[in-house]
Structure formats: C-alpha cells, structure tokens
Design a binder for this molecule. Structure first.
Ligand SMILES: NC(=O)c1ccc[n+]([C@@H]2O[C@H](COP(=O)([O-])OP(=O)(O)OC[C@H]3O[C@@H](n4cnc5c(N)ncnc54)[C@H](OP(=O)(O)O)[C@@H]3O)[C@@H](O)[C@H]2O)c1
Length: 286
C-alpha cells in the first residue's frame, strides 16, 4: 500500500480505527481479532485507539488491550505497526464521554496505556480533546514531558482548532507530529485545520471519515457524487470517500473504523484509486 508519513515514521496511507470494536454495538472478541488481522494482512501499519474506547466503567483501555492481543497473536512481525493511542477522555459507564486534561490524569493515563499495550514507549500519543477547565498549554505540556522521558515516541493532538495547533507546536518545541479531527463528506468544517497541517507538514488523521459508526453505510445515499463516481470505477462510495481525502493532501491519513474484515479490506483499497481533477471538483462540491 502507498505509504504516508507521521513524524519520522512511514505508515500505510489508510489506517484502522479501533473504536467500533470496543464501544456500544461491538462484536465478540474473535471477530475483532479477525478484523485487526485482516487489516494487517492488507498492509495496514497504523492502528488508532484510545484508553476511552470501552463501554463499562471497569474496562478502561478495552480497545488498547484488544489491539495488543491481536498484534501478539498475529504470528508475524508487527514491529513496523504504529499504534496511536490517546488520553484525556473518560467514559463513566453510563454511555457518556467526559474529559480530564489535567497533567495529573494524563501522567497516570499514559502509564496505564503503556502497560496495556505492553511497550516501553508509545508510538504516537495524542491528547484526545481540550478540557475547558485546564489551560491547553498545561495539557500539551505533559506530552512534552513524556517525549523527554522517552515514554512516548511521537506526540499528537485531537479535536484541536488552528490556534491550538499552533500553540501545541510551540509548547512541544516543534515536535508536534499529528492532528486528529473529525472530517468527512458530512462534516467538512475541519478544512482550515487540514490546510494548516498541510502548510506545517503535520499528519492530519480524519476521524469518522465515513460519517461515523452506524452512518457509514449511508454515505452513498446522502452524497450521490460518491456513488456515481464509485460506480464508474466499480468501487464503493466509501472507497471513493477515502481516496478523495488522500488526494486532498499528502499529509492526510484516514483511519476508517471497522468491526468486520470485509469493511477494512474494502477501505484499504482506496489507496489504489486515482481520481481526476474533474472528479475531485465534483466531490468537493457534493
Ligand atoms: N479523536 C476523536 O475524538 C475520535 C472520535 C471518533 C472516532 N475516532 C477514531 O476514528 C476512527 C474512525 O471513526 P469511526 O469509527 O467513528 O467512524 P467511520 O470510520 O466513519 O465509520 C466506521 C464504520 O464504517 C464502516 N465501514 C468502514 N469501512 C467501510 C467500507 N469500506 N464500506 C462500508 N462501511 C465501512 C464500519 O462498519 P463495520 O463496523 O460493519 O465494519 C464501521 O462501523 C475510530 O474508530 C476512532 O479510532 C476518534
């Protein structure tokens, strides 16, 4: 598969989002492991997770543990796979998502993620979401500490606006590697952040690139141009969507979620699809 760059690491142009395998509606563990193995078979070398991808209060890090298990049972070398996790979000177990961006929480959270992933250093650690009660520079300052301590190899942020991206780059002394924001045909308001990442040479990881769990299947119904152009290439609208993002900028690395082997197998093939300038114009306007 085509390779893209996050910091100083080469990864597959399409990554795997782990969230659907650990939150509400998740499949049994066997199917999740088969899905992760199918992604690895297809050449995926970026897996996105978070300590908050779990359902019940007593299973923090469900998704990190699942990924660690899938990698250890793969039976082949997985040392080239970048596992990107996050801290700063919490799930109390009632279905809600809360935030804690305090340095105290983030320092403790990274130690737990290290244990669950079974690594000495986390490949990419992302601050999940700004906490309105904590100055942004204090939360991101912990990432700088963790880089210096060697607990994380690369630092990223998520759900950040242009001002926060510039602030994080400053606090990290130019060591910010990536930004992960929501971006899809249905949610395009992250265009300014995507453009800023392109300008600064930061990887941009669109989350919910297909519109999110439970809505990804409707993408072609909601945005006809993706279906029409997909039909002309003999591919799914979802594959066109991911190719559209890849074509927008070389810094884009989509992380479509999956809970079935078939969906990630379809998604990775977006990296093979070439879209013309005319098709890009139609999709941009769709
Ligand atoms: N940073 C953040 O705040 C944040 C927030 C949300 C998500 N994320 C990350 O972003 C990742 C992706 O977002 P998401 O999972 O919410 O939404 P998504 O990627 O837009 O949609 C996921 C759903 O798309 C389906 N799908 C995947 N490829 C497909 C294809 N080629 N054709 C048809 N359906 C396809 C999957 O179905 P099956 O389940 O049937 O396989 C899956 O349930 C997450 O997994 C997570 O890692 C980050």
């Amino acid at each position: 598969m085509e390779q893209r760059t996050i910091g100083d690491v080469q990864v597959s142009a399409i990554g795997l989002g782990g969230m659907p395998m650990s939150i509400e509606g998740r499949p049994d563990e066997g199917r999740s492991i088969r899905t992760i193995h199918a992604a690895l078979d297809a050449g995926v070398t970026l897996i996105d997770t978070a300590d908050a991808y779990h359902m019940y209060a007593n299973e923090v890090g469900h998704n990190e543990s699942l990924i660690a298990k899938a990698l250890s049972t793969y039976g082949r070398d997985t040392s080239g796979v970048l596992v990107a996790t996050k801290g700063g979000h919490l799930r109390p177990g009632d279905g809600s998502w809360t935030v804690d961006g305090s340095p105290k929480h983030l320092r403790a959270a990274v130690d737990e993620s290290l244990k669950r992933l079974g690594v000495e250093a986390i490949g990419l650690y992302q601050f999940h979401r700004p906490d309105p009660t904590v100055p942004y520079e204090d939360s991101v300052g912990v990432l700088a500490e963790l880089l210096d301590a060697g607990k994380i190899r690369m630092a990223g942020i998520s759900n950040a606006n242009p001002e926060q991206i510039r602030l994080a780059q400053d606090v990290l002394g130019g060591r910010l590697a990536s930004v992960q924001n929501q971006f899809s045909p249905a949610f395009r308001s992250s265009e300014p952040e995507l453009e800023l990442c392109d300008e600064l040479g930061l990887a941009f990881l669109p989350w919910s690139p297909l519109g999110g769990i439970g809505r990804a299947g409707e993408l072609g119904d909601r945005f006809d141009a993706f279906t029409v152009i997909g039909a002309s290439h003999g591919v799914s609208p979802q594959r066109v969507c991911l190719a559209w993002m890849l074509t927008k900028s070389p810094v884009v690395v989509p992380i479509p979620g999956a809970s079935r082997p078939e969906t990630i197998e379809d998604s990775v093939r977006a990296a093979e699809l070439t879209l013309s300038a005319d098709e890009m114009a139609q999709l941009n306007a769709a």
